[in-house]
Design a protein around this ligand. Sequence first.
Ligand code: ATP
Ligand code: MG
Length: 391
Amino acid sequence: MTQLHILLVDSEPAMRRAICRVLGKTPMHLHEFDQDVEFMIDESTSGADAELKLQFLTPDLVIIDDNLPDVEAVHLIEGLSHRKLDMLVILMSAYASVESVVMATRQGAYDFLAKPFTPEEVRASIRKAAKHLLLRRHARKLAEEKRAARFQAMSVLAHELKSPLASIDGYLRILKDGSVVKDPGTTQRIVDRSLIRLDGMRKLILDILDLTRLESGQKQRKKEDTDVCELTRRAFETADVQAKERNIELTLNCAGKTVIRADRGEMEIVMNNLVSNAIKYNRDGGRVTVSIDGTGPRIVWKVTDTGIGMSKDEMTRLFEEFYRVKNERTRNILGSGLGLAVVKKIVLLYQGEITVNSKENEGTTFTIVLDFEPTVNSSVDTGSLAFLGGR
Ligand SMILES: Nc1ncnc2c1ncn2[C@@H]1O[C@H](COP(=O)(O)OP(=O)(O)OP(=O)(O)O)[C@@H](O)[C@H]1O
Ligand SMILES: [Mg+2]
C-alpha cells in the first residue's frame, strides 16, 4: 500500500468534505503498478493557512481552489513551483476559461478540475496525478540505483587495479635493492609473477573497454559469416598453454562448419571467456568439452567443465559486473569478475540466451542459444548442410 499525502485548499467546508468523502472511501487501485494507494488529507481554509502548513508539510499533491479569500491561487502555485518540490498541483475553478487554465499550467499546475465536478471526475484527476507521481519516483529511484551501481563499479575497479600495482611495485623494489635477491632463479620467479599480474591488469582493462564500448553502443560491429566451430578451435589454441600446464583435456564436438552471421570479434570474446573460465575453475587433469549443435533452427553452444562448480546462490549472481565467487577453492585464481558480464551483454545483442548449470565439485555447463540469421556466403560443407536443411 502506498500512501499519498494531499493538502486540500478551499474555503468552502462543503467542498472539502465532498472531496474527502470521494478519496477517503476505499484505496485506489493502480493496476499499472499493481499497487493500492490511500490518501491522507490535510485541509486549509485559506491561502495564508496553506502557506503556513507548507512550511512544515511536504504533501505529494496540493488541490487548490482558485477562489481563495486572501491570495490568488496562481501566486500560491507559482511559489510552490519555485520551491521545486516533488509535488503536483491540481487547480479547481468554477470560472474555467481557457486563459485561466493556460495561466495556471504555466505557473506549474499539473491538472485542472472545473467546478462543479462529479466524484468520478475527482477520482480520475487524482488517479492521473498519482500515476504521474509514482512513475516519476520510480524513474528517480532507477536513476539513483544506476548511479550507485556505477559508483560501486568504479570503486571495485580502482581496487582491482590497485592490488596488482602494489604487488608489481613490491616486486620491483625487491629487484632494485640488489642485496635482497642474489640468485637468478628467484629473480626469474619475481619477474614471472610481475608479468602475471600485468597480464591480469591488461585483461581487466580490455574487459572494461569491451564493456564500455558495448554499453555506449559506440563499438563498430561488423556482421559476417562466422564459423563458430573454427572460432572455438582458435579459442582452444589460445588456451592451450594454460590447459597443458594443468593437464586439462580440451574436446570439441562439432560436425564440420556451423556458420552464423555475427561479429567475429564479439564471438571470440564470448568463446575465449567461457573456455578460459572452464580451464581456470577446473581441477588439474580435468576436461573441457565444447559442443556445437547447429542442426535445428537455432545454434546451441555448450561449454562443459569438470571443475569446482558453484552453488545455486552463486549461479544467480554470476553475470553481474565484478562478481567473483570467494571461497577456499577460488582464493588463488586471478580474475576481475567482468568476463561473464561482457559475455552476457554480447549474447543479448544477438537476442540470444545464456544459461548456467552447475554442481559443486562436479562441474559447470554454460549454454548459449542463438538464432540463425541467414548467412551471405553459403559455401559450406556437409556438416553445415544439415543445419541449412533444418532451418
Ligand atoms: N566454469 C566455471 N566454474 C566455476 N566457477 C565459475 C566458472 N566460470 C565462472 N565462474 C565463477 O564466476 C565468477 C565470474 O566469472 P567471470 O568470468 O565474470 O570473472 P573472472 O573469471 O573472475 O574474471 P575475468 O574478468 O578475468 O574473466 C568467477 O570469479 C568464478 O567464481
Ligand atoms: Mg572469467
